[in-house]
Design a protein around this ligand. Structure first.
Ligand code: AMP
Ligand code: ZN
Length: 469
């Protein structure tokens, strides 16, 4: 399997540190709001990479953090007059629901920044002791960027260019820093903000240190793959490398994978342009499987444009696969012949050539666009060859091959059972009755059953509301 490594700027053969095992870290979202469809892209593409590596027989230890302390979370908490943890807990729960809807599997571990402060204090202390960091007058701890000789190796920037780009900082006088290139490891608290005690000041961590610490704790000092969106290459990932390699004295990650950006109608997604969509917005209109299929229809490193037309095309494409699977299942229940006939053997061999194509595409830097093309070829083949005369063995063989590929892509190819409005109302009534009897376990169970059928309940002042998610 080849992977494009941002570090070398080349596709490289993937060789894990430990045979048969993959240690992978993906930078997760900052939880201050519902996740948007841009955040969904790394979740979907790296979940697919994980599934493919597992298919190839690797045991994948997959770690992805939630950044649960940050300026945006604190701002929202102040606006709502609640603790920052209320905001982060709420949006972690919501994010997990969206992940589930997109069939993104939970990570092996989802560490939270606020639960890893001790590890951060320890790493910062090591960096201070090794001369890679210093404490400013107000207790801020900075990383001494020039002390790490290889700074810039990931983003292919050189320090003097960066210095030029940062000139304004010199003029405006970030007076506490020895050098404008230095970045924050720990900063003093401000009024009303969450804080932790430390040897330098009561305060909170800078953003970059959490990933260096969590990656080391859950995966070890050296890992195989570190991934995230391309906006993270600089400064976030560059700074993570500087911290980890300075503290541990070892190469941090061997392969760096970055997904391209998702744009809307060829423009950057932004709230001010009014072209900002959360995953929940999309779920109002489409099954989230369509969003997943759409994301995988392009190579993960290419920029991807989101538009209503492209989503319609994805919906139709996915429908073609679902219909074929449905049809094969129908034929299978009606087929009389059990065993494969001799002439069917060649058909199955031919069908297998599409699996080979699929794997070749996935082996080539997880090229899901070409992999999906192979699925379509197989669907077309199955549509032309499968009929009422086929043996069960042939139909099963075709079905298995399609499902093998769709499973790797994380696509659910079962048509969803439709649940009628009346049925929902009846279940809501049963839940209300259970609550009246103070049978909360039963009420919760009904709520969970509904969620499984894609129905989300909201208890509002005006009563219970429901929506399809
Ligand atoms: P954030 O919460 O901003 O740190 O983002 C979480 C993840 O989503 C990171 O890996 C980002 O690189 C990624 N991301 C954010 N916006 C986009 C976008 N428009 N397209 C693709 N990836 C994005
Ligand atoms: Zn990170």
């Amino acid at each position: 399997m080849k992977i494009y490594n941002t570090l070398s700027g080349k596709k490289e053969e993937f060789v894990p540190i430990e045979e048969g095992k993959v240690r992978m870290y993906v930078c997760g979202p900052t939880v201050y709001n519902l996740i948007h469809i841009g955040n969904a892209r790394p979740m979907i593409v790296f979940d697919t990479a994980r599934r493919y590596m597992e298919y190839k027989g690797y045991a994948v230890n997959f770690v992805s953090n939630f950044t649960d302390v940050d300026d945006k979370i604190i701002k929202k908490a102040l606006e709502e007059g609640v603790d920052a943890s209320v905001i982060s807990k709420r949006y972690i729960e919501e994010c997990k629901k969206d992940m589930d809807g997109m069939n993104v599997r939970p990570a092996t571990t989802h560490p939270l920044a606020t639960e890893e402060i001790d590890g951060m204090l320890e790493m910062i202390d090591t960096l201070l002791q090794k001369g890679h960091a210093y404490v400013a007058k107000d207790g801020t701890v900075y990383f001494r960027t020039r002390s790490f000789n290889e700074y810039g190796k990931l983003s292919h920037k050189n320090l003097d260019d960066l210095q030029g780009g940062n000139r304004s900082l010199l003029v405006s006088g970030e007076d506490q820093k020895e050098d404008p290139l230095d970045f924050v490891l720990w900063k003093p608290k401000k009024e009303g903000e969450p804080y932790w005690d430390s040897a330098w000041c009561q305060g909170r961590p800078g953003w970059h240190i959490e990933c260096s610490v969590m990656s080391r704790k859950y995966l070890g000092e050296e890992i195989d793959i570190h991934a995230g969106g391309e906006d993270l290459i600089f400064p976030h990932h560059e700074n993570e490398i500087a911290q980890s390699e300075s503290a541990n004295g070892k190469i941090f990650a061997r392969y760096w994978m970055h997904n391209g950006f998702l744009n809307i109608d060829n423009k950057k997604m932004s709230k001010s342009l009014g072209n900002f969509f959360t995953v929940r917005d999309i779920a109002q209109k489409y099954d989230l499987q369509v969003l997943r299929f759409f994301m995988l229809s392009a190579h993960y490193r290419s920029p991807l444009n989101f538009s209503a037309e492209l989503m319609e095309a994805a919906e139709n494409g996915l429908e073609r696969i679902l219909t074929c699977v449905d049809n094969l299942k129908f034929l299978l229940t009606n087929s009389k012949e059990e065993v494969l006939r001799p002439e069917e053997e060649t058909l199955l061999q031919e069908a297998d050539s599409f699996r080979v194509k699929f794997e070749e595409a996935m082996d080539d830097d997880i090229n899901t666009a070409d992999a999906i093309a192979a699925v379509f070829e197989l669907v077309k083949f199955a549509n032309t060859k499968a009929d009422g005369e086929c043996s069960k063995a042939l139909l099963e063989g075709l079905l298995q091959k399609i499902c093998l590929m769709t499973d790797i892509l994380g696509l659910i190819v079962e048509k969803k059972e439709e649940i009628l409005d009346e049925e929902i109302e009846e279940m809501i009534e049963a839940r209300q009755a259970a609550r009246k009897e103070k049978n909360f376990a039963k009420a919760d169970e009904i709520r969970a059953q509904l969620l499984e059928k894609g129905i989300l309940l909201e208890d509002t002042r005006e009563g219970v509301k429901w929506k399809r998610v």
